[in-house]
Design a protein around this ligand. Structure first.
Ligand code: NAD
Length: 476
């Protein structure tokens, strides 16, 4: 099996080492697997200059020519799927099969956007004789993007795909904990013949990089995926520079189980989704509001599936759930469980770290959790579910909407009337009924309220990466 890749910055089409590095750890055993380069100001200045030059070249190519290069890079990544997935499992810990699925998903984001880039239509507005009004969409310019560690390949893919398919250049700061996914994307684009400077990859100290890049004139869009607090901070910096932002932020997804649902099946499906990626997904279902007539059956099925979840090293084919990303998550999860139990919640599964080497946390279920417990407000971002009974759909919707987050929401029901109410009233960007799938490349993904704004994917996915220009043309 391939080894972990050499980690480098990628600036102006060339790989670059740095004097300073920080260790990258395998979260399954805490061993050091790589040395991450730390970009300094000179590197960032070079990236800005390269991105500026790259934009001038890339934005002038035809959308088809751009699409061809993106598709060539995808073909390379699909060929290298096992090598990339191996690196993802090493640095992130997720089961190897899920890492392979992530590579495919990342390629699908690229492939979808590459095609959408060829459909960035403008329009001709009806006018009097002698003048034409033409509306065109043009790439916004250089994008400064920041991607998190939970999906080392598909998170960077979302941002790079949107930028490149629209004709923008990009400087991406990928996550320090999981850099190899982005390094592999850069390798594939390099090998596919992407012009120098179109895609630049940096790593380092996140706050230093964002505060240096965001105020720069060359940066015309800030795209971030991560927590609401950091997103708000970056948005404030961007506002000072009058730079638009695309923000995919935290969630605390509700699941409403109605009185007509098949409680046993819904419980199993819910648990399987909850523990995918060790719960470290912004759309992860977390707050389960179950009609009181289905509560016992649903909770029993959920808890049984939680306890059966095989937790371990991602390279073991039997493993269903790997470790969490770092020791910060272990500390955060323990604090949330202790607080909820102290306030009267029932701990039905897990609630503790597994072993003392590697960041493993047992699949956890809390039930009858008081609404003043911290976990009812704070996104646990880990394998932790809370299940509470509700009297009816009204209470379920009220509880679901009670937080400032609004990313994904889910429901189990076969009633058209219930679905109609959920579509009208649930304050989320992504609503899934009888499925816990929240986003595929073909549909727009994004949040409302504190979960951010802007959309990635779907027909809307390139909107933020383009500007609209009106042309009034009087003929002689
Ligand atoms: P964090 O808020 O410290 O970091 C989240 C991400 O933002 C990381 O990738 C980090 O490198 C980056 N970041 C942090 N400060 C930054 C700055 N000043 N400028 C630019 N980037 C910065 O939290 P964490 O402990 O790494 O992760 C836990 C929290 O992050 C979770 O509670 C969750 O809400 C959020 N998160 C969300 C997603 C998502 O998909 N929306 C993914 C990962 C993490």
């Amino acid at each position: 099996m391939a080894s972990y890749p050499e980690l480098r910055l990628y600036i102006g089409g060339a790989w670059r080492k740095t004097a300073e590095t920080i260790p990258v750890l395998n979260p399954a055993d805490e061993s050091v697997i790589g040395a991450l380069p730390v970009a300094g100001r000179a590197d960032l200045d070079d990236a800005l200059e390269a991105a500026d030059k790259g934009f001038r070249v890339w934005s002038r190519l035809s959308p088809r020519a751009r699409g061809d290069i993106i598709l060539r890079a995808c073909a390379i990544m699909r060929e290298r799927i096992d090598e990339i997935a191996h690196a993802i499992t090493l640095e992130h810990g997720k089961p190897f099969r899920q890492a392979q699925a992530e590579v495919i998903r990342g390629c699908e984001f690229f492939e979808w956007d590459a095609a959408e880039g060829q459909r960035l239509y403008g329009r001709v507005v009806p006018s009097e004789a002698g003048i034409r009004y033409i509306v065109v969409r043009q790439p916004v310019g250089t994008v400064a993007a920041f991607s998190p560690w939970n999906f080392p390949m598909s998170q960077p893919a979302r941002k790079i795909a949107g930028a490149l398919a629209s004709g923008c250049s990009i400087i991406l700061k990928a996550a320090e904990e999981t850099p190899a996914g982005a390094v592999h994307i850069a390798r594939a684009f390099h090998d596919a013949g992407l012009p120098a400077g179109v895609f630049n990859l940096v790593f380092g100290r996140p706050a230093e990089i964002s505060s240096y890049l965001i105020p720069k004139d060359q940066v015309r869009l800030v795209a971030f995926t991560g927590s609401t607090n950091v997103g708000r901070h970056l948005t404030e910096m961007a506002a000072t520079a009058m730079t638009p932002v695309l923000m995919e932020l935290g969630g605390h997804a509700p699941v409403i189980v109605c009185d007509d649902a098949d409680a046993g099946r819904a419980g199993v499906l819910s648990a399987e989704r909850k523990y995918r990626n060790a719960g470290q997904v912004c759309t992860s279902p977390t707050r389960f509001f179950v009609h009181e007539s289905r509560f016992a059956a649903y909770t029993d099925a959920f808890v049984a599936r939680a306890k059966a979840t095989v937790t371990g090293d991602g390279f073991d084919p039997a493993t269903e759930m790997g470790p969490v990303a770092n020791d910060r998550r272990l500390t955060a999860l323990q604090a949330l469980v202790d607080d909820a139990v102290a306030k009267g919640a029932r701990l039905l599964a897990g609630g503790h770290r597994i072993g003392n080497r590697g960041y493993f946390w047992a699949p956890t279920v809390l039930a009858d959790v008081p609404y003043d417990a911290r976990v009812m407000q704070e996104e646990p971002f880990g394998p932790l579910a809370v299940i509470n009974p509700v009297r009816d759909l009204d209470e379920g919707i009220m509880r679901a909407n009670d937080l400032p987050f609004g990313l994904a929401g889910y429901a189990f029901t076969h009633s058209a009337a219930n679905v109609d109410r959920l579509v009208d009233q649930l304050e989320v960007g992504n609503l899934s009924i009888n499925t816990l799938e929240a986003s595929v490349a073909e549909v727009p993904f994004g949040g409302v309220k504190y979960s951010g704004y802007g959309r990635e994917g779907g027909a809307e996915g390139l909107d933020h990466y383009t500007i609209i220009k009106n042309v009034s043309h009087r003929m002689a």
